[in-house]
Design a protein around this ligand. Structure first.
Ligand code: DGJ
Length: 700
């Protein structure tokens, strides 16, 4: 019997082979609870589930792997063939000798963050291609006597909607499609609490995230025969078609990221934030600038004079970077609306007579950095690009082109198209050295599959190959412009995943910037993503109170997206104060440890951010619904009187300042850490959509 222990800090994933050499998964938990509820010693390996069951190996469950072999056989029988361990991680190789198929389970561990990365590689040596039907990045079994799943549904402007419930018997799957902006439909993240609902500081939770920029399937199966075991299936969505794989060619699945906690959600947040900053995002230790964007402020309706006037205002508000969104390009087909110009990346001379250089110069004179919006993977039929290269788009010959937002998807499987997209970015950056930030957008899915770069029998490879081709382009661009910061956007949060993020600095979480809706989205997304990665702008969406909107945006990567000409005196002051206060506390928000103090489900919410020494701590309190004498209206909850501040040092004394967006800061004196922990800060808010910000600084 061979035993393999994968350890990441306290977390252990243990495998053993059975008498036939088949790999069984013995446990997947923090060590203290390893094999919880199972008397390991009394069971032989055969009693445990297969680690990575292929089609035909296990009945009644979705197989981790299903390959249609070259000779037409569909079954598979995998036994352990080798195990290697080095600094790069663990490689467990299983083979099916009869099928000349090799499956390697790859795992990388991060002890400090207690994170495991897991993926699978396949290669075969059959006389011709095989079709890979299902191939999970990971398919572990979790011992879960009372499993509760939180997954995230969504759509445009309603991303990150948490759906929490007890896992029923049978199968439950989270799926997304389309390959371009799948995460609008379902964020590729989940939380599984195996022993009943977990709280912020109590209970066991497994966090999972699939680092994949295409369609995703995260499935959870629980059989009546063994209701305590949940079999997971995490990987690229196989519903999009089998992948034709040639002999000797390596197929690598996306990576699955795992993090466990036996003390509730908070340690998971801290671990994942550290891991993402260090391993999943560009320049994760760098403070992000305060952005002023033009989309909600101006849409397509601007010219050089309006933009330069806005720059003066943006600088006056306290922004540091001016981001010109959609609408700046198109000569023969000016981009005055979303129906023309996409693909033609020359500045529109009617709007911008001095080009982008004229704008970067003006921004510099206002002390602002300058950023540009691009959507380089798309084309409007009304464009020079489409006129010259009608064959560069995805689709099947003979079928009508179907547009969404008046645009078509460029086919990145074609090498010329990849070169064009890389060239767009190169052209924009080389021609305009003053551009130091790009917002990369993508506003439709692929729903007319087909690539002229793929042979007739390989059209279904598109769903994987297009994502890999896009990543190749993004990787080249990131390597070629290491100093350019990049925001990832796809109709809002359609590309929020830990795989694509590695070439970007942040995501645009949603086009929905209503402060209450946004607070809830940020609350959920920040379980996995550190706040400096979550772009949050103050807008006029929903004609909302701007001070409240500022306070919400300040708990992520703060910025503005509104027309300054519409600000009255009070609003302008609130925006200026917000930018100034944010500058004072953003090291805590962007790089500190986050504490969820009051969950936003009973009319109010509070969040805190502390430095690692817990000497400086900022608390954001939000009143979401009017608080009547007996609590927030409509919630029936208790009256809100205090906000305990988890995470302060009990033996320190903190000076407490309330930082006001109206300009009347208040000093609340010095409070003992022990009292802040238990009694907390007095809650000053009663009216809906109001906020308070406190800065706590240790005196000793
Ligand atoms: C969709 C994005 O989510 C918006 O922020 C904006 O950039 C528009 N596209 C521009 O077309």
């Amino acid at each position: 019997m061979t035993a393999i222990d994968i350890r990441a800090g306290d977390v252990t994933l243990r495998y053993e082979t059975d008498a036939d050499g088949r790999l069984r998964q013995i446990g997947f938990r923090p060590v203290a609870a390893d094999g919880a509820g199972v008397e390991r010693a009394s069971f032989p390996p055969e009693a445990f589930p297969l680690a990575y069951p292929a089609w035909g190996e296990e009945t009644g469950a979705t197989p981790a792997l299903r390959v249609l072999n070259h000779d037409g056989r569909a079954g598979c029988y995998l036994t352990l063939d080798g195990y290697e361990r080095n600094e790069a991680g663990h490689r467990i190789t299983l083979t099916d000798e009869l099928a000349a198929l090799e499956v390697t389970l790859c795992l990388r561990t991060w002890a400090e963050e207690q994170v495991i990365e897991q993926w699978t590689e396949i290669r075969h040596h059959q006389p011709g291609p095989v079709t890979v039907g299902e191939v999970a990045a990971a398919a572990p079994v979790v011992y879960a006597p009372d499993p509760w799943l939180t997954r995230y549904a969504g759509d445009w402007a309603s991303e990150w909607l948490p759906v929490t419930g007890q896992l029923p018997l049978g199968a439950c799957a989270v799926e997304s499609f389309g390959a371009v902006r799948p995460h609008l439909q379902a964020a590729p993240f989940f939380l599984l609490a195996p022993d009943g609902r977990a709280a912020e500081t109590e209970g066991s939770v497994l966090a999972g995230a699939l680092a994949w920029g295409g369609g995703v399937r995260l499935a959870f199966g629980r059989r009546a025969r063994q209701p305590d075991l949940v079999r997971l299936w995490c990987g690229a969505n196989p519903a999009m078609g089998g992948y034709r794989l040639d002999p000797g060619v390596l197929f690598t699945t996306p990576r699955m990221i795992w993090a466990w906690s036996d003390e509730g959600g908070r340690p998971l947040t801290h671990r994942l934030h550290r891991w993402v900053r260090t391993h999943a995002v560009r320049d994760g230790q760098r403070i992000r600038a305060t952005v002023f964007n033009t989309w909600e402020a101006a849409g397509f309706d601007f010219d050089q004079a309006r933009l330069t006037a806005m720059m003066a205002d943006a600088a006056d508000l306290g922004a540091e970077l001016f981001l010109l969104d959609d609408g700046w390009f198109g000569t023969e087909f000016p981009r005055d609306d979303d129906d023309a110009g996409l693909g033609d990346w020359q500045p529109d001379p009617a709007k911008l007579p001095d080009g982008i250089v004229g704008l970067t110069g003006a921004a510099g004179r206002h002390g602002l950095r300058f950023g540009l919006w691009i959507e380089p993977e798309m084309v409007n039929p009304s464009s020079q690009l489409y006129g010259e290269h009608p064959g560069w788009v995805t689709g099947e010959p003979g079928r009508p082109r179907r547009e969404e937002r008046n645009q078509l998807v460029l086919d990145l499987c074609q090498p010329d198209v990849r070169a064009f997209v890389t060239g767009v970015v190169d052209f924009v950056l080389t021609g305009n050295p003053g551009v130091s930030y790009l917002k990369w957008d993508a506003n439709r899915d692929i729903f007319e599959p087909g690539s002229s770069a793929l042979a007739a029998g390989r059209q279904s490879n598109l769903w994987i190959d297009t994502v890999l081709a896009r990543w190749q382009v993004m990787a080249e661009i990131a390597a070629g412009s290491p100093d350019t910061e990049m925001m990832l956007c796809a109709s809002g949060g359609g590309r929020t995943d830990l795989g694509t993020l590695r070439w970007f600095h942040e995501v645009w979480l949603s086009d929905n910037t209503d402060a209450v809706a946004r607070l809830k989205m940020q609350w959920e997304a920040s379980r996995f993503l550190p706040p400096q990665v979550i772009g949050a702008h103050v807008t006029r969406w929903g004609d909302q109170d701007l001070a409240f909107a500022c306070a919400v945006a300040m708990s992520a990567r703060f910025g503005f997206d509104l027309d300054p000409a519409t600000l009255d005196h009070t609003e302008r002051l609130a925006c200026q104060r917000a930018a100034a206060i944010y500058r004072e506390v953003r090291d805590l928000v962007q790089l500190g440890d986050m504490f969820r103090l009051i969950a936003p489900d009973a009319g109010r919410a509070a969040l805190g951010f502390a430095d690692t020494g817990r000497r400086r701590y900022v608390v954001f309190g939000y009143q979401l619904a009017d608080a009547g004498p007996s609590g927030p209206t409509g919630t029936g909850g208790p009256a809100s009187t205090a906000c305990p501040v988890a995470g302060v040092r009990p033996d320190s004394a903190y000076r407490v300042r309330e930082l006001s967006l109206a300009g009347d800061d208040r000093d609340h004196g010095v409070l003992a850490g022990s009292s802040l922990l238990t009694e907390g800060l007095a809650w000053p808010l009663t009216a809906a959509r109001t906020a308070a910000i406190w800065l706590l600084e240790a005196e000793d």
